[in-house]
Design a protein around this ligand. Structure first.
Ligand code: AMP
Ligand code: GLY
Length: 419
């Protein structure tokens, strides 16, 4: 098969790497990819949201199957477009991706179908929202309805912060139209975890569990980021809590989407809070996680193409999805300053100095044919496998200092709670 991956981060490098291991894959393309994907696939210089250029590339390169990484092309309708051309594309349609692209849609669906989540109120008027927020206990959560690159949710620790967030979103419109509607939510308390599952619209098959670290610095200090590290399997989501969340959240949501005439196919990512009343939903993502993918896919035994085809054809019930018993720990190497402003263009050294079993997935990297340079905030995810999380953690931290670039920053405490 000729397969194309859409996206250019470490998640997409991992997807390309996993697909390159498939016996069914003959040619691999990625749009736009990075210096890492260029070593195992053909990079196409196309933006993930340029659907016309992607369509031309799919036709020109006779692509048989498409894997979509990020949410923006999904929300723009990439799956609808390729389906209309008869090309299977892994991911939900524009209608089904509303579960991520509209938080208000997701909350209304959950309330209608009795899926556990935070209590909330929705506003389109700043004045009304402000009056309501003033009566809420602190902390309170303010969320822009639409996609805001992961920055649209503010857990306000003071009334001033809550009112500022509201004004930023609704009056200053810092997230543009994503702020047309605002959700004000009760703040849930508990341990945060994510749960991902493959679904063909009917059958739900969970992925191996993973725990990611969103804050920039050790011991969860600093700003929220796209994710600074991850390990799998998670010690906090045991078999019992995981099956409970599948039964009370993921399966009912998939059923609800079908009943609403928006059947959901692909990977469903549920961000959960494990509260004393059981798991409750914080958000849904309509895609694989980043950096979750970097630690989950190395543990996947089943051919990813078989899963993609089963999801597309509605045959997931007949497909055995198997995982290795071991563990993976992944640490993100970021540019100094990330998630704020940072410099890029620094040469990266030591990429060939790691032990042979270490996986180095590129994110913001560029190559001039000779050297690899930094070209983004998150630069690499370095992943080690092991029989246990402790063993994998030891291996990854042994290898990380061998790779370097100016102002490089990474967390030293990824998976430390298991050590
Ligand atoms: P979201 O984009 O909705 O996932 O929110 C981003 C982050 O904000 C989550 O990962 C949580 O850490 C936090 N968060 C969102 N909603 C709530 C809530 N209702 N209660 C507590 N924390 C929340
Ligand atoms: N790791 C968080 C995300 O992929 O949204």
């Amino acid at each position: 098969m000729r397969v194309m991956v859409v996206g250019g981060g470490a998640r997409e490098h991992t997807l390309v790497w996993k697909l390159s291991c498939s016996k069914r894959v003959k040619e691999l393309y990625v749009a736009p990819g990075n210096a890492g994907t260029a070593q195992i696939a053909v990079n196409l210089d196309i933006s993930p949201t340029n659907l016309d250029a992607l369509t031309r590339a799919v036709k020109d390169n006779k692509i048989d199957l498409v894997m979509v990484g990020p949410e923006a092309p999904l929300a723009a309708g990439i799956v609808n477009k390729f389906q209309s051309l008869g090309i299977p594309a892994f991911g939900p349609t524009r209608e089904a991706v509303l579960i991520e692209s509209s938080k208000v849609f997701a909350k209304r669906l959950m309330h209608k179908y009795g899926i556990p989540c935070a209590k909330d109120a929705v506003f389109t008027s700043f004045k009304e929202a402000e009056a309501y927020v003033k009566k809420q206990p602190i902390p309170v959560v303010i969320k822009a309805d639409g996609l805001a690159a992961g920055k649209g949710a503010i857990v306000a620790q003071s009334m001033d912060e809550a009112l500022k967030a509201l004004s930023d979103i609704m009056e200053k419109r810092v997230f543009g139209d994503a702020g047309n509607q605002v959700l004000v939510e009760e703040c849930l308390v508990g341990r945060e975890t994510s749960l991902l599952a493959f679904t063909d619209g009917v059958t739900v098959v969970p992925l191996v569990t993973a725990r990611d670290y969103k804050r920039a610095y050790d011991y969860d200090k600093g700003q929220n980021t796209g994710g600074m590290g991850c390990y799998s399997p998670s010690m906090f989501l045991d078999k019992e809590s995981s099956s409970k969340a599948i039964k009370t959240i993921v399966e009912p949501v998939v059923k609800a989407m079908a009943q609403e005439g928006k059947p959901y196919k692909g990977v469903l990512y549920a961000g959960l809070m494990l509260t004393t009343e059981g798991p409750k939903v914080l958000e849904f993502n309509a895609r694989f996680g980043d950096p979750e993918t970097q630690v989950q896919l190395p543990l996947l035994k089943t051919d990813l193409v078989d899963i993609m085809m089963a999801v597309s054809d509605g045959n997931l019930a007949k497909t055995k999805v198997e995982w290795n018993n071991g563990a993976c720990v992944g640490v993100v190497m970021a540019s100094g300053g990330y998630p704020g402003s940072y410099k890029q263009g620094f040469p990266i050294t030591g990429l060939d100095n790691t032990d042979s079993d270490i996986l180095v997935f590129h994110a913001g990297t560029k190559s001039n044919g000779e050297k690899v340079y930094t070209a983004g905030g998150r630069v690499l995810t370095v992943v080690a496998r092991g029989r246990t999380v402790v063993e994998a953690r030891g291996r990854v931290y042994l290898n990380l200092p061998r790779i370097s670039f100016e102002n490089c920053h990474y967390r030293k405490d990824i998976a430390a709670e298991e050590g």
